[in-house]
Design a protein around this ligand. Structure first.
Ligand SMILES: [Zn+2]
Length: 325
């Protein structure tokens, strides 16, 4: 099955071996972020954020991001992904300096075009501010996003520690991105409850929510999301790996879908959470009792909700047609 992925952090998709080899080349000691098997090791979400930032510290040049982009697209292609939207963070790409950001973005985009041809994966970028870095840095990130808005950079979002600050603190940045023509998404309803989703929708006016799964704790909110067509970028493997839910059966993806919410499925930071898009779809198949039509619907929801232009969407839609090789 050819797949559409909407919620993937570029650095979070970095294979551990890739990060290790870059650390070795640059003589940077980040050994303690790996376990004995060579996988990323962390205890909880907040420790995960620290490990994530340590791994990202070896990515110091545009060419590192070029290599990373190729590695990530190759990994996505192995799972049958044909279209992917990646979160890009100017915080990590040149420290929010506009000139440096342009160079990083050029390297990522050039590789996305080349590796896209080789792997068959079309990549688009969503510039993302980091919530726990605060609203002032988010404003600088929004300027980077607005400057880059176009065919490749299609959206703006916010990630990081959902318990830091409140959505209203970031409204200025989201307004700026919206005025630049960017589509909007925000992480909410993962570590924050239903109120975090309501606040986010009211103050940031996003059309998609990263996770949003904790809406299930307030069925009136679930009905509002269904009615409004708000799209959830659900990442079950991520939620389970971080202990938000004990297992796939306890995860609300099916309940949200059955109550009419527009559900999509992604991997978030796949090597960190020992998952792949193929794995997510295999597990989803079991959760929906082998109903292929539901998996197809979820995949098409993702294409409908993609931030790319209409021509790109039509081209990808053809790839999903039955019988297309
Ligand atoms: Zn995420």
């Amino acid at each position: 099955m050819k797949k559409i992925e909407l919620h993937l952090h570029l650095e979070g998709a970095a294979p551990p071996a890739f990060i290790r080899s870059l650390a070795k080349e640059k003589h940077i000691d980040i050994g303690k972020i790996f376990d004995e098997a060579g996988n990323y090791a962390f205890d909880d979400f907040w420790h995960f954020l620290k490990v994530y930032e340590a791994a990202t510290s070896v990515l110091t040049r545009p060419e590192d991001y070029a290599r990373l982009t190729r590695a990530v697209l190759e990994q996505s292609a192995e799972s049958g992904v044909v279209y992917s939207e990646c979160f890009l963070s100017p915080d990590f790409c040149g420290g929010r300096d506009l000139g440096a950001w342009r160079e990083y973005l050029h390297a990522i985009r050039e590789t996305a075009d080349d590796a896209g041809r080789d792997t068959g994966v079309t990549l688009r970028g969503i510039v993302t501010c980091i919530r726990h870095f605060g609203p002032a840095k988010a404003r600088e990130t929004a300027r980077c996003a607005a400057e880059a808005a176009g065919e490749f950079i299609t959206g703006f979002g916010i990630a990081g520690d959902e318990t830091a600050g409140k959505p209203a603190d970031f409204a200025w940045s989201f307004d700026m991105a919206r005025e630049a023509g960017l589509r909007l998404t925000a992480h909410a309803g993962e570590w924050g409850g239903p109120q975090s989703i309501r606040d986010c929708l009211r103050d940031l006016r996003v059309e998609r929510l990263g996770h949003g799964v904790r809406a299930i704790e307030d069925l009136a909110l679930v009905d509002e999301l269904a009615e409004a067509g708000t799209v959830l970028e659900v990442c079950p493997g991520s939620n389970i790996a971080l202990g938000l839910y004990p297992d796939w059966r306890a995860h609300p993806v099916r309940a949200l879908y059955e109550r009419g919410v527009t559900v999509t499925v992604s991997t978030d930071d796949p090597p960190f959470f020992h998952t792949t898009m193929q794995n997510e779809f295999d597990r989803l198949h079991a959760v929906f009792d082998g109903d292929d039509a539901v998996l197809d619907r979820i995949n098409r929801n993702a294409l409908d909700a993609a931030f790319c232009d209409a021509d790109t969407k039509a081209r990808i839609a053809k790839l999903l047609e039955p019988g297309h090789v």
